[in-house]
Design a protein around this ligand. Structure first.
Ligand code: PLP
Length: 396
């Protein structure tokens, strides 16, 4: 199909990031830039910091915003916390934990991995065992991906903290909430997470290009003792009342205006209600996928129902089915954009994002478009997925 031709109406965007951006956020972003001394700029930054702390459920952490994507936030964490040669435990969750591990190694860190068991969340016993074996206490941090967006699996963070406590290990707990924040429950202080990192384009409903970290006092102290050369990412340097210093240069004004607006929408709906909406819509998607899987050719990649993400569902296909063809028919003919398999799941899976600015009718439209694409492609799926999703949505 010609790139310049598209159907009328809107395209349903169901990639698990970038996700749909609410009109209120788009409007907030379409403003003239401000001079750097304009008090409105300081107010916007303060609102973003305070709002993120509220969503992260932390009273005490420092928040640092970066003009970067999620990989930039990974870089910030590694640069501040891990000196070359120091060890980090990266718990295996799939494509995203592996990418973070590779980036850590590229920056000189020594990575110890727990095994990734396909289709399953992190086993806390694996984390505990590695930490117990580290008798010299060389591991400086444990990196956990909360929701692995490729696997569609959410890990149990209190269980990770409990495993670290049982091993009585002083490593920092560092959590990637890029795909889970404002979708799945998360509480930084209650779970005693030392560092959190996230990005704008997933459940936070802002276009890509803005990332953040939240850092507690213990992690700040580790960073201060780390003499590795760094500048742009450095936390201490960003601790300033001046917006120009906070961002190590000019803030990305449109993106922070968008974030302020999106946080406003989250608090207007209520954080608990936002999380509950994600749970309900994810259960509708799961009801449809369960139905489709009864045709024998598709299945949930995540084998543990309780670990299925509320942000994204990964659907594995049998040999002989081309998920990329389903994707392109869904997008080009039915205006439903879904995601493909990543890393080891490339060509073996497709993914439905159901995070951020999403309501029941959008979910039903997405599921209908995917069913239509599978019908066109002759995929033997269990019929009636949309009806099952409706039945789930009718419950409450
Ligand atoms: C999307 C994502 C990232 C990477 O973010 P980019 O903005 O693409 O660099 C990292 N971690 C998780 C869990 C993600 O979902």
């Amino acid at each position: 199909m010609n790139d310049s031709i598209r159907l009328p109406g809107h395209r349903f965007l169901h990639s698990p990031g970038p996700s749909r951006v609410p009109d209120e956020v788009l409007h907030a972003m379409s403003r003239q830039p401000m001079d750097l001394a304009d008090p409105r700029l300081d107010r916007c930054i303060a609102a973003c910091e305070a709002g993120l702390k509220r969503v992260l459920q932390t009273e005490q952490a420092d928040v640092f915003l970066y003009a970067s994507n999620g990989h930039g936030a990974w870089e910030a964490v590694i640069a501040n916390v891990v000196a070359p040669g120091q060890a980090v435990l990266v718990a295996g969750t799939g494509h995203f934990s592996e990418s973070w591990a590779v980036q850590t190694e590229a920056m000189g860190g020594r990575v110890i991995r727990t095994p990734w068991v396909q289709g399953r969340p992190i086993d806390p016993a694996d984390v505990e065992a590695v930490l117990r074996e580290d008798v010299k206490r060389e591991i400086v941090a444990v990196f956990i991906v909360h929701t692995d967006t490729a696997s569609g699996i959410t890990n149990d963070l209190p269980a990770m903290r409990a495993a670290m406590d049982r091993a009585d290990h002083p490593a920092l707990l560092v959590v990637d909430v890029v795909a889970s924040l404002a979708a799945a429950p998360f509480a930084m202080d209650a779970t005693r997470v030392n560092v959190v990192l996230g990005a704008s384009q997933k459940a936070l409903m802002v276009p890509p290009g803005l990332a953040f970290v939240a850092v507690d006092a213990t992690a700040m102290e580790v960073s201060r003792r780390n003499s590795t050369p760094r500048f742009y990412w450095d936390w201490e340097r960003r601790k300033s009342p001046l917006s120009y210093r906070k961002f190590c240069g000019t803030p990305p004004q449109s993106l922070i205006a968008g974030l302020e607006a999106s946080l406003g929408l989250i608090f207007r709906e209520g954080l608990a209600e936002v999380l509950e909406r994600h749970r309900r819509l994810a259960e509708a998607v799961q009801a449809a996928v369960q139905c489709w899987s009864e045709g024998g050719a598709l299945r949930f990649f995540c084998e543990v129902p309780a670990a299925r993400s509320v942000s994204v569902t990964t659907i594995e296909v049998s040999e002989g089915i081309d998920p990329e063809a389903i994707r392109s028919v869904a997008r080009e003919r039915f205006e439903v954009a879904i995601a493909g398999g990543l890393g080891p799941l490339a060509g073996r899976a497709f993914r439905i994002g159901h995070l951020g600015d999403i309501n029941p009718a959008m979910i039903l439209g997405c599921l209908g478009g995917v069913e239509a694409a599978m019908t066109v492609q002759g995929v033997p799926f269990g019929r009636g997925g949309v009806e099952r999703a409706i039945a789930r949505l009718a419950l409450d």
